[in-house]
Design a protein around this ligand. Sequence first.
Ligand SMILES: [Zn+2]
Length: 306
Amino acid sequence: MQDVLNIPGLKVFERGWLSANNILLTDADSSTLIDSGYVIHQQQTLLLVQNALGSRPLDRLVNTHLHSDHCGGNALLQSNYPNLITLIPPGESRAVEQWDTEALSYEATGQMCPRFGFNGLLSAGQLLQMAGLEWQVLAAPGHDPHSVIMFEPQHRVLISADALWANGFGVVFPELEGLAAFEEVSQTLDLIESLQPEWIIPGHGAVIKGVDAALFNARRKLDGFIQNPAKHAKYGAKVLLKYKLLELNQIATLAFIEWATQVRYFKLLHQTYSPDISLNDWVMTMLRDLEKSKALEFHDQLIVNI
Ligand SMILES: [Zn+2]
Protein backbone atom coordinates (compact mmCIF):
# COMPACT_ATOMS: atom_id res chain seq x y z
CA MET A 1 0.00 0.00 0.00
CA GLN A 2 1.41 3.36 -0.99
CA ASP A 3 0.27 6.80 0.05
CA VAL A 4 0.84 8.77 -3.10
CA LEU A 5 2.06 12.24 -2.30
CA ASN A 6 0.43 11.76 1.06
CA ILE A 7 -2.87 12.87 -0.39
CA PRO A 8 -5.25 12.31 2.51
CA GLY A 9 -7.75 9.63 1.69
CA LEU A 10 -5.91 8.15 -1.31
CA LYS A 11 -4.57 4.63 -0.95
CA VAL A 12 -3.08 2.45 -3.65
CA PHE A 13 -3.25 -1.30 -3.19
CA GLU A 14 -0.49 -2.50 -5.45
CA ARG A 15 -1.34 -6.03 -6.57
CA GLY A 16 0.45 -8.70 -8.54
CA TRP A 17 0.08 -8.83 -12.31
CA LEU A 18 -2.92 -11.12 -12.26
CA SER A 19 -4.98 -8.47 -10.45
CA ALA A 20 -4.95 -4.83 -11.42
CA ASN A 21 -4.06 -2.33 -8.72
CA ASN A 22 -6.95 -1.01 -6.65
CA ILE A 23 -7.18 2.61 -5.61
CA LEU A 24 -9.29 3.57 -2.62
CA LEU A 25 -10.33 7.21 -2.29
CA THR A 26 -12.17 8.39 0.78
CA ASP A 27 -13.37 11.73 2.09
CA ALA A 28 -16.08 12.90 4.46
CA ASP A 29 -18.79 12.37 1.84
CA SER A 30 -17.97 9.10 0.15
CA SER A 31 -15.62 6.20 -0.42
CA THR A 32 -14.71 5.04 -3.91
CA LEU A 33 -12.71 2.05 -5.14
CA ILE A 34 -11.21 2.11 -8.62
CA ASP A 35 -10.90 -1.38 -10.13
CA SER A 36 -11.36 -4.61 -8.23
CA GLY A 37 -8.75 -7.14 -9.43
CA TYR A 38 -9.10 -10.66 -10.80
CA VAL A 39 -11.67 -13.10 -9.48
CA ILE A 40 -9.29 -15.53 -7.78
CA HIS A 41 -8.07 -12.63 -5.61
CA GLN A 42 -11.55 -11.30 -4.86
CA GLN A 43 -11.44 -12.22 -1.16
CA GLN A 44 -8.14 -10.41 -0.79
CA THR A 45 -9.58 -7.36 -2.54
CA LEU A 46 -12.56 -7.34 -0.19
CA LEU A 47 -10.28 -7.67 2.85
CA LEU A 48 -8.05 -4.82 1.71
CA VAL A 49 -11.11 -2.59 1.33
CA GLN A 50 -12.70 -3.72 4.61
CA ASN A 51 -9.47 -3.24 6.55
CA ALA A 52 -9.02 0.24 5.15
CA LEU A 53 -12.64 1.34 5.61
CA GLY A 54 -13.36 -0.33 8.96
CA SER A 55 -17.04 -0.05 9.77
CA ARG A 56 -17.64 2.42 6.99
CA PRO A 57 -19.24 1.05 3.81
CA LEU A 58 -17.81 1.28 0.32
CA ASP A 59 -20.10 3.70 -1.52
CA ARG A 60 -18.85 3.62 -5.07
CA LEU A 61 -16.98 1.28 -7.39
CA VAL A 62 -15.49 2.64 -10.60
CA ASN A 63 -13.96 0.49 -13.37
CA THR A 64 -11.41 1.99 -15.73
CA HIS A 65 -12.32 -0.77 -18.18
CA LEU A 66 -13.92 -4.17 -18.05
CA HIS A 67 -11.03 -6.58 -18.48
CA SER A 68 -11.24 -9.47 -16.05
CA ASP A 69 -8.24 -8.30 -14.01
CA HIS A 70 -9.95 -4.96 -13.35
CA CYS A 71 -13.50 -6.02 -12.51
CA GLY A 72 -13.21 -9.62 -11.24
CA GLY A 73 -13.90 -8.47 -7.69
CA ASN A 74 -16.99 -6.41 -8.62
CA ALA A 75 -19.53 -9.14 -7.86
CA LEU A 76 -18.17 -9.89 -4.38
CA LEU A 77 -17.94 -6.20 -3.47
CA GLN A 78 -21.50 -5.68 -4.69
CA SER A 79 -22.81 -8.53 -2.56
CA ASN A 80 -20.93 -7.29 0.52
CA TYR A 81 -21.92 -3.66 0.07
CA PRO A 82 -25.60 -3.73 -1.01
CA ASN A 83 -25.78 0.05 -1.52
CA LEU A 84 -22.67 0.15 -3.65
CA ILE A 85 -22.99 2.34 -6.77
CA THR A 86 -21.01 0.84 -9.65
CA LEU A 87 -19.93 3.02 -12.56
CA ILE A 88 -18.53 1.50 -15.76
CA PRO A 89 -17.10 3.09 -18.91
CA PRO A 90 -19.60 3.73 -21.69
CA GLY A 91 -19.71 1.42 -24.67
CA GLU A 92 -20.18 -1.93 -22.98
CA SER A 93 -23.31 -1.40 -20.93
CA ARG A 94 -25.42 -3.66 -23.15
CA ALA A 95 -22.80 -6.39 -22.99
CA VAL A 96 -22.80 -6.18 -19.19
CA GLU A 97 -26.61 -6.08 -19.00
CA GLN A 98 -26.84 -9.20 -21.14
CA TRP A 99 -23.62 -10.65 -19.69
CA ASP A 100 -22.28 -11.27 -23.18
CA THR A 101 -18.97 -12.91 -22.23
CA GLU A 102 -17.77 -12.92 -25.82
CA ALA A 103 -18.28 -9.15 -26.22
CA LEU A 104 -16.73 -8.65 -22.77
CA SER A 105 -13.59 -10.58 -23.87
CA TYR A 106 -13.76 -13.27 -21.17
CA GLU A 107 -14.57 -15.97 -23.72
CA ALA A 108 -12.01 -14.75 -26.25
CA THR A 109 -9.20 -14.63 -23.66
CA GLY A 110 -10.11 -17.76 -21.73
CA GLN A 111 -10.38 -15.69 -18.55
CA MET A 112 -13.06 -15.68 -15.87
CA CYS A 113 -15.19 -12.92 -14.42
CA PRO A 114 -18.24 -13.36 -12.20
CA ARG A 115 -21.35 -11.55 -13.39
CA PHE A 116 -21.89 -8.10 -11.94
CA GLY A 117 -24.32 -5.24 -12.49
CA PHE A 118 -23.87 -1.50 -12.74
CA ASN A 119 -25.75 1.63 -11.80
CA GLY A 120 -24.34 4.24 -14.13
CA LEU A 121 -21.86 5.09 -16.85
CA LEU A 122 -18.73 7.15 -16.78
CA SER A 123 -18.30 9.63 -19.58
CA ALA A 124 -15.35 11.56 -20.92
CA GLY A 125 -15.31 15.05 -19.45
CA GLN A 126 -17.19 13.97 -16.34
CA LEU A 127 -15.84 15.10 -12.97
CA LEU A 128 -15.74 12.74 -10.01
CA GLN A 129 -15.31 13.95 -6.45
CA MET A 130 -12.94 11.53 -4.76
CA ALA A 131 -10.70 11.99 -1.72
CA GLY A 132 -11.90 15.60 -1.52
CA LEU A 133 -10.53 16.35 -4.98
CA GLU A 134 -12.02 16.75 -8.42
CA TRP A 135 -10.92 14.06 -10.88
CA GLN A 136 -11.42 14.38 -14.61
CA VAL A 137 -12.58 11.32 -16.50
CA LEU A 138 -10.83 11.04 -19.88
CA ALA A 139 -11.30 8.58 -22.73
CA ALA A 140 -8.16 6.48 -23.29
CA PRO A 141 -8.75 4.10 -26.21
CA GLY A 142 -5.99 1.81 -27.45
CA HIS A 143 -5.43 -1.09 -25.06
CA ASP A 144 -9.21 -1.22 -24.79
CA PRO A 145 -11.51 0.95 -26.93
CA HIS A 146 -13.69 1.83 -23.94
CA SER A 147 -11.05 2.45 -21.29
CA VAL A 148 -11.02 5.63 -19.26
CA ILE A 149 -8.24 7.22 -17.22
CA MET A 150 -8.62 9.80 -14.45
CA PHE A 151 -6.62 12.94 -13.77
CA GLU A 152 -6.48 15.21 -10.72
CA PRO A 153 -5.00 18.56 -11.83
CA GLN A 154 -4.18 20.06 -8.43
CA HIS A 155 -1.64 17.38 -7.47
CA ARG A 156 -1.20 16.27 -11.09
CA VAL A 157 -2.00 12.64 -10.35
CA LEU A 158 -3.02 10.34 -13.19
CA ILE A 159 -4.77 7.01 -12.79
CA SER A 160 -3.57 5.51 -16.07
CA ALA A 161 -5.12 2.02 -16.01
CA ASP A 162 -3.45 -0.05 -18.77
CA ALA A 163 -2.87 2.92 -21.09
CA LEU A 164 0.55 3.57 -19.55
CA TRP A 165 2.78 1.51 -17.30
CA ALA A 166 6.37 2.14 -16.22
CA ASN A 167 7.59 -0.05 -19.06
CA GLY A 168 4.91 0.03 -21.71
CA PHE A 169 1.16 -0.51 -21.81
CA GLY A 170 -1.34 -3.34 -21.99
CA VAL A 171 -1.75 -5.52 -25.06
CA VAL A 172 -3.62 -3.60 -27.77
CA PHE A 173 -6.56 -6.00 -27.90
CA PRO A 174 -8.34 -4.55 -30.97
CA GLU A 175 -5.15 -5.20 -32.98
CA LEU A 176 -5.36 -8.90 -32.06
CA GLU A 177 -8.74 -8.84 -33.80
CA GLY A 178 -7.26 -7.16 -36.87
CA LEU A 179 -8.71 -3.74 -35.96
CA ALA A 180 -6.27 -0.85 -36.26
CA ALA A 181 -5.68 0.69 -32.82
CA PHE A 182 -1.97 1.55 -32.58
CA GLU A 183 -2.86 5.10 -33.62
CA GLU A 184 -5.28 5.30 -30.69
CA VAL A 185 -2.53 4.12 -28.34
CA SER A 186 -0.34 6.90 -29.70
CA GLN A 187 -3.07 9.53 -29.28
CA THR A 188 -3.71 8.40 -25.72
CA LEU A 189 0.01 8.72 -24.96
CA ASP A 190 -0.10 12.24 -26.44
CA LEU A 191 -3.09 13.05 -24.23
CA ILE A 192 -1.20 11.80 -21.17
CA GLU A 193 1.82 13.88 -22.15
CA SER A 194 -0.38 16.97 -22.46
CA LEU A 195 -1.60 16.47 -18.90
CA GLN A 196 1.98 16.49 -17.59
CA PRO A 197 1.22 14.29 -14.59
CA GLU A 198 3.71 14.31 -11.73
CA TRP A 199 2.49 11.00 -10.41
CA ILE A 200 1.05 8.06 -12.29
CA ILE A 201 -0.87 5.27 -10.64
CA PRO A 202 -0.74 2.53 -13.30
CA GLY A 203 -3.11 -0.40 -13.59
CA HIS A 204 -0.18 -2.72 -12.80
CA GLY A 205 3.12 -2.07 -11.05
CA ALA A 206 4.32 0.56 -8.60
CA VAL A 207 3.35 4.22 -8.60
CA ILE A 208 5.50 6.17 -11.06
CA LYS A 209 7.02 9.58 -10.36
CA GLY A 210 7.19 11.75 -13.46
CA VAL A 211 5.91 10.87 -16.90
CA ASP A 212 8.88 11.24 -19.26
CA ALA A 213 10.59 7.86 -18.81
CA ALA A 214 7.30 5.97 -18.98
CA LEU A 215 6.25 7.80 -22.15
CA PHE A 216 9.65 7.16 -23.72
CA ASN A 217 9.39 3.43 -22.96
CA ALA A 218 5.81 3.22 -24.17
CA ARG A 219 6.50 5.02 -27.45
CA ARG A 220 9.54 2.89 -28.15
CA LYS A 221 7.48 -0.23 -27.58
CA LEU A 222 4.66 1.11 -29.73
CA ASP A 223 7.05 1.95 -32.58
CA GLY A 224 8.35 -1.63 -32.50
CA PHE A 225 4.79 -2.97 -32.74
CA ILE A 226 3.85 -0.60 -35.58
CA GLN A 227 6.91 -1.67 -37.56
CA ASN A 228 6.25 -5.33 -36.88
CA PRO A 229 2.64 -6.20 -35.94
CA ALA A 230 3.63 -9.87 -35.68
CA LYS A 231 5.79 -8.90 -32.70
CA HIS A 232 2.73 -7.44 -30.99
CA ALA A 233 0.70 -10.55 -31.82
CA LYS A 234 3.36 -12.75 -30.18
CA TYR A 235 3.48 -10.42 -27.20
CA GLY A 236 -0.32 -10.64 -26.89
CA ALA A 237 -0.30 -14.43 -27.12
CA LYS A 238 2.45 -14.76 -24.52
CA VAL A 239 0.72 -12.33 -22.14
CA LEU A 240 -2.47 -14.38 -22.34
CA LEU A 241 -0.60 -17.67 -21.78
CA LYS A 242 1.36 -16.26 -18.86
CA TYR A 243 -1.78 -14.73 -17.39
CA LYS A 244 -3.53 -18.10 -17.37
CA LEU A 245 -0.46 -19.71 -15.85
CA LEU A 246 -0.42 -17.09 -13.09
CA GLU A 247 -3.99 -18.18 -12.39
CA LEU A 248 -3.29 -21.94 -12.50
CA ASN A 249 0.27 -21.91 -11.14
CA GLN A 250 0.93 -25.31 -12.69
CA ILE A 251 -0.85 -27.59 -15.11
CA ALA A 252 -0.18 -30.64 -17.28
CA THR A 253 1.43 -29.45 -20.51
CA LEU A 254 -1.07 -31.31 -22.68
CA ALA A 255 -4.03 -29.90 -20.75
CA PHE A 256 -2.66 -26.38 -21.06
CA ILE A 257 -2.20 -26.72 -24.81
CA GLU A 258 -5.68 -28.22 -25.05
CA TRP A 259 -7.08 -25.20 -23.15
CA ALA A 260 -5.20 -22.76 -25.40
CA THR A 261 -6.46 -24.35 -28.61
CA GLN A 262 -10.04 -23.64 -27.48
CA VAL A 263 -9.43 -19.94 -26.84
CA ARG A 264 -10.53 -17.68 -29.70
CA TYR A 265 -7.61 -15.23 -29.54
CA PHE A 266 -5.06 -18.04 -29.90
CA LYS A 267 -6.93 -19.53 -32.84
CA LEU A 268 -7.13 -16.11 -34.47
CA LEU A 269 -3.46 -15.22 -33.93
CA HIS A 270 -2.32 -18.61 -35.15
CA GLN A 271 -4.42 -18.33 -38.32
CA THR A 272 -3.25 -14.77 -38.99
CA TYR A 273 0.47 -15.11 -38.30
CA SER A 274 1.48 -18.79 -38.44
CA PRO A 275 -1.03 -20.80 -40.47
CA ASP A 276 1.83 -22.90 -41.88
CA ILE A 277 2.28 -24.78 -38.60
CA SER A 278 -0.38 -26.54 -36.50
CA LEU A 279 -2.14 -24.66 -33.71
CA ASN A 280 -0.65 -27.05 -31.14
CA ASP A 281 2.86 -26.45 -32.47
CA TRP A 282 2.32 -22.71 -32.53
CA VAL A 283 1.17 -22.71 -28.87
CA MET A 284 4.22 -24.81 -28.01
CA THR A 285 6.48 -22.25 -29.74
CA MET A 286 4.98 -19.51 -27.58
CA LEU A 287 5.47 -21.63 -24.46
CA ARG A 288 9.11 -22.28 -25.38
CA ASP A 289 9.58 -18.51 -25.78
CA LEU A 290 8.13 -18.02 -22.30
CA GLU A 291 10.48 -20.69 -21.00
CA LYS A 292 13.43 -18.84 -22.55
CA SER A 293 12.40 -15.59 -20.91
CA LYS A 294 12.09 -17.48 -17.59
CA ALA A 295 8.35 -16.93 -17.31
CA LEU A 296 7.71 -20.66 -16.95
CA GLU A 297 9.47 -24.01 -16.63
CA PHE A 298 8.71 -27.45 -18.01
CA HIS A 299 8.88 -30.18 -15.36
CA ASP A 300 8.24 -33.67 -16.73
CA GLN A 301 4.64 -33.51 -17.95
CA LEU A 302 3.96 -30.18 -16.25
CA ILE A 303 4.20 -26.51 -17.01
CA VAL A 304 5.07 -24.52 -13.90
CA ASN A 305 4.72 -20.79 -13.43
CA ILE A 306 7.85 -19.03 -12.16
ZN1 LIG B 1 -6.72 -4.21 -19.29
